[in-house]
Design a protein around this ligand. Structure first.
Ligand code: SF4
Length: 463
């Protein structure tokens, strides 16, 4: 781990002078998870300070940054395809600077491959080196052919001001990295060990966001439940939630992800005790088979997981749970798969995010024998989705007749004159309404349920 990056003020001043005279446009494209999207907003924050404006059209950009994801090899191949296609853009406009950021760059062989095979890329910046971007840009503008910084910095660029995509929903990373080493996952290898941001920095960021009118704060971390374990002050994630809940204002707090092995009773009690914390928990089970969970190195059994679920339902039997599932993990038997079907029937999730296992080189699972055919994995996936569809359709009916508080998000793509939003319970709600309500909380009386959303009408006197 390298110490903190130096103050950038002088470099930014020099860059601003170099780039003055006409508007400079940057195109920043983020792939993958919400943490990466949040990093993309930080990259934009750094570029804005230098004087860049932003475009969604790569053809008119003076600077392109691809903020990459490494979770699946197919995602990496796709990025290499995009980088390859950008050679043309560079030929047409030699002054164009192309850079690569994000999780892919944390693998030194990838940075090497980019340097060796893609001369159109002049800049590579690692996930914790976003603050080094001005220095690298300056080097390129001074004629260096390839400038890279993929070191792991202590300050991991957490305090960079973000250019946020939404004026009412904000992601706030509270920690970076992961210590868990699930056998299928590359994240600890590319994002490093857990580092928590200081609580006072998080609280002051959220206070600022609420003052600026943000209505939804999404706290992000690979495993938020181990927040604070690496800090000198003793602060746990539930304590942080309580401090954020005390901030004055009308807003909702969400968080992800929550590792089931660390989802404590204190966390669950805190969710119920804090009025601003959403009544929803994303609890990634990954498999219903304790044997598969052991081979995944998840460090909980299906029984232990169900104890947590039972505790939640003993407080509120209608509580909203969602999960992640991997179908076809190496050597998953029919019995293992059946255990997964059993657990989703038992828990009755409101939604599942399921993936067919795909080998990720550099992980332990990639070395495991995998006799299950792709055809069989596909069949299992279809079965899983069919079972979940039935559960969701039935389960969503519990909301009919209730009033849900919804943050109106967008106009509905499915029904003209309708808006769409997420309820406190993280359920998609569609309702008739004027677009001027987007970004506001509305009370919606639920009249119908589908397998992916509920519909309703705005409560009289609400808008
Ligand atoms: S908890 Fe497991 S799946 Fe999640 S980021 Fe860490 S290693 Fe990956």
């Amino acid at each position: 781990m390298v110490a903190i990056l130096n103050d950038n003020t002088l470099i930014i001043n020099e860059l601003s002078e170099l780039l003055s005279g006409g508007q400079k446009l940057a195109y920043v494209r983020s792939f993958g998870c919400q943490l990466n999207v949040s990093d993309g907003e930080k990259i934009k924050g750094v570029l804005k300070k230098i004087g860049y404006s932003f475009t969604d059209n790569e053809n008119e950009a003076d600077l392109i940054i691809l903020n990459t994801c490494a979770v699946r090899e197919s995602a990496e191949d796709r990025v290499f395809g995009i980088i390859g296609s950008m050679k043309k853009l560079k030929e047409l406009k030699p002054s164009l600077i192309i850079g690569v950021a994000g999780c892919m760059t944390a693998q030194s062989h990838i940075a090497e491959k980019i340097k060796r095979s893609y001369p159109q890329v002049e800049l590579v910046v690692g996930t914790s080196a976003i603050n080094a971007l001005p220095k690298l840009l300056l080097e390129v503008l001074h004629g260096r052919k390839f400038a890279a910084d993929i070191a792991e910095y202590d300050d991991f660029s957490a305090e960079v001001e973000q250019v946020r995509e939404s004026p009412f929903k904000a992601s706030v990373p509270i920690m970076f990295g992961c210590n868990n080493f699930c056998t299928y996952c590359i994240v600890p290898h590319v994002r490093g060990r857990e580092r928590s941001r200081r609580p006072e920095d998080i609280i002051s960021e959220v206070e600022g966001l609420v003052r600026s009118g943000y209505k939804e704060i999404m706290l992000l971390g690979q495993n938020v439940n181990s927040y604070g374990n690496d800090l000198d002050d003793t602060i746990s994630f539930p304590q942080l939630l309580r401090s954020l809940n005390d901030i004055e204002g009308d807003f909702i707090i969400r968080f992800m992800s929550s590792h089931p092995k660390d989802a404590s009773r204190e966390l669950i009690d805190t969710i119920f005790a804090c009025d601003k914390v959403a009544k929803h928990l994303h609890l990634p089970v990954q498999s219903g088979s304790s044997d598969v969970l052991r081979r995944m190195n998840r460090r909980y059994t299906a029984e232990k997981y169900l104890e947590t679920v039972d505790y939640i339902y003993s407080i509120d039997p209608d509580f909203s749970l969602t999960t992640d599932l991997i179908v076809g993990f190496p050597d998953e038997t029919n019995e293992d798969f059946q255990a997964t079907l059993d657990i989703i029937k038992r828990v009755r999730y409101d939604n599942i995010y399921s993936f067919i296992y795909s080998k990720r080189s550099g992980t332990k699972a990639a070395e495991m024998p995998d006799p299950v055919t792709d055809e069989e994995k596909g069949l299992r996936m279809r079965k899983l989705l069919e079972v979940q569809r039935e559960i969701s359709t039935e389960h969503y009916k519990r909301f009919i007749g209730r009033t849900m508080r919804v943050l109106a998000d967008d106009v509905s793509k499915k029904k003209q004159g309708f808006l769409t939003g997420k309820s406190n319970e993280f359920i998609i709600v569609e309702f008739e309404g004027d677009p001027s309500l987007i970004g506001q909380f509305v009370d919606v009386e639920i009249t119908d349920a589908m397998n992916w959303a509920v519909t309703g009408r705005i409560k009289k006197g609400n808008a």
